[in-house]
Design a protein around this ligand. Structure first.
Ligand SMILES: *Cc1c(COP(=O)(O)O)cnc(C)c1O
Length: 374
């Protein structure tokens, strides 16, 4: 821990490995660790290594650049990139053994035209009811010549409402997926990887496991939805990211003092305020109200608006905090501190957005019992 940092995100890689192992034991099929968006803000390469150490057999990313960064780091596991638009460098993808999702005939034609010593490996993405990515009407027009020169190695789809396990739409999506798989099999493809489940479905929907699950948020130890699925802890997950920052300044403030831009809050008694050295440029949501910091066993809530580089908390008149103390912004909540879920609900958002938006000015500090995973 550098004494020069004013804020840092501490990432426990052992917890990521343990979460992957736990999810794999629940799924009892292969597991793709989803490491898009800098591994949900946790750091692409260290997380990928920790996930593979925990038993992941595939890595999933959105962008081709993310897949290339994994290859540049020397990672040789299978990688699927699913958001690679027309005009991308498909030749590099194929040359570097990066598997690609295709959701249209145009995409298949572009991938099929790649000149490489290797054959492109493609997962067909099908729309089973989310109405975002994936083949929909064009599925009926697909025939063998569109995939000549391509190895179709997988078929996948994505749930819109897996975090609402009782929803009928999940059942409809699974049935539609089964039909679309059958169509592909009727073309003679029999040994393909079928994958449908995200974290929520992996945890709650045993019928949708197929050959592989694609888990993102849960490998970081976070619940897909605390209200419908329960807390991280109740799901057997251990949150991997702890964000902490320094108190830039602690000072006594009289009752009736307006705090921050717009004077949206006023101290209601004489108190001690702490200025925390993180702001919305670092991913602390400007609208957050009701979250705060944790120091020496006590929560101190945000008072006033979050600024770009700092926010103010009400420590209470009796607080022992002094300028320069480290305080926890969020962590696993085990001893009473705020969690990423708390910050999500304090800002009308979700834990996914809180962790992925911790900004590049906040260094990631890795903790691991195994030196090889860093
Ligand atoms: C992000 C993503 C996932 C992971 O979802 P989680 O809810 O984080 O588990 C899985 N599949 C696809 C296609 C995704 O885009």
């Amino acid at each position: 821990m550098s004494t020069f940092n004013r804020a840092e995100a501490i990432i426990d890689l052992d917890r990521i490995s343990a979460n992957v192992a736990h999810l794999k034991s629940i799924a009892s099929v292969d597991l793709m660790a989803v490491v898009k968006a800098d591994a949900y803000g946790h750091g692409l390469v260290p997380v990928a290594r920790a996930a593979l150490a925990g038993g992941a057999t595939y890595l999933g990313v959105a962008l081709l650049e993310e897949a290339i960064a994994l290859r540049d780091a020397g990672i040789t596991a299978p990688i699927l990139a699913w958001l690679v638009p027309p005009g991308s460098d498909f030749t590099t993808a194929v040359d570097r053994d990066i598997e690609l999702a295709a959701a249209s005939i145009i995409a298949l034609e572009e991938i099929g035209a790649v000149k490489s010593a290797k054959r492109p490996r493609v997962h067909l993405e099908v729309d089973t009811g989310m109405t975002r990515g994936g083949f929909l009407g064009e599925w009926g027009k697909l025939d063998a010549h569109h995939v000549a020169g391509i190895d179709v190695v997988g078929i996948f789809s994505h749930f819109a409402r897996a975090d609402e396990p009782g929803e009928e739409q999940n059942e409809r999506q699974r049935l539609r997926f089964t039909e679309m798989v059958a169509t592909l099999e009727s073309f003679g493809y029999t040994n393909i990887i079928r994958h449908l489940s995200n974290s929520a479905a992996t945890l709650k929907d045993i019928k949708s496991k197929f050959d592989m699950v694609r888990t993102g948020i849960s490998i970081y130890g976070l619940t897909p939805d605390v209200k419908t699925l329960g807390s991280s802890t109740s799901l057997g997950l251990q949150s991997a990211m702890t964000v902490r920052a320094k108190l830039h300044l602690v000072k006594d403030v009289p009752a009736g003092s307006p705090v921050g831009y717009g004077a949206t809050a006023t101290t209601d008694s004489d108190t001690k305020l702490g200025v925390v050295a993180m702001g919305y440029a670092d991913g602390i949501p400007r609208v957050a109200q009701g979250a705060g910091i944790f120091f020496q066993g006590e929560r101190a809530p945000i008072i006033g608006r979050v600024s770009m580089d700092q926010f103010v908390v009400d420590l209470g008149a009796k607080s022992q905090a002094i300028s320069g103390d480290w305080v926890e912004i969020f962590g696993d909540g085990a001893t009473g501190g705020y969690t990423a879920e708390d910050w999500g609900s304090a800002s009308g958002s979700i834990n996914y957005e809180i962790v992925t938006r911790i900004g590049p000015r906040v260094p990631r500090i890795y903790r691991s019992s195994s030196p090889t995973t860093e």
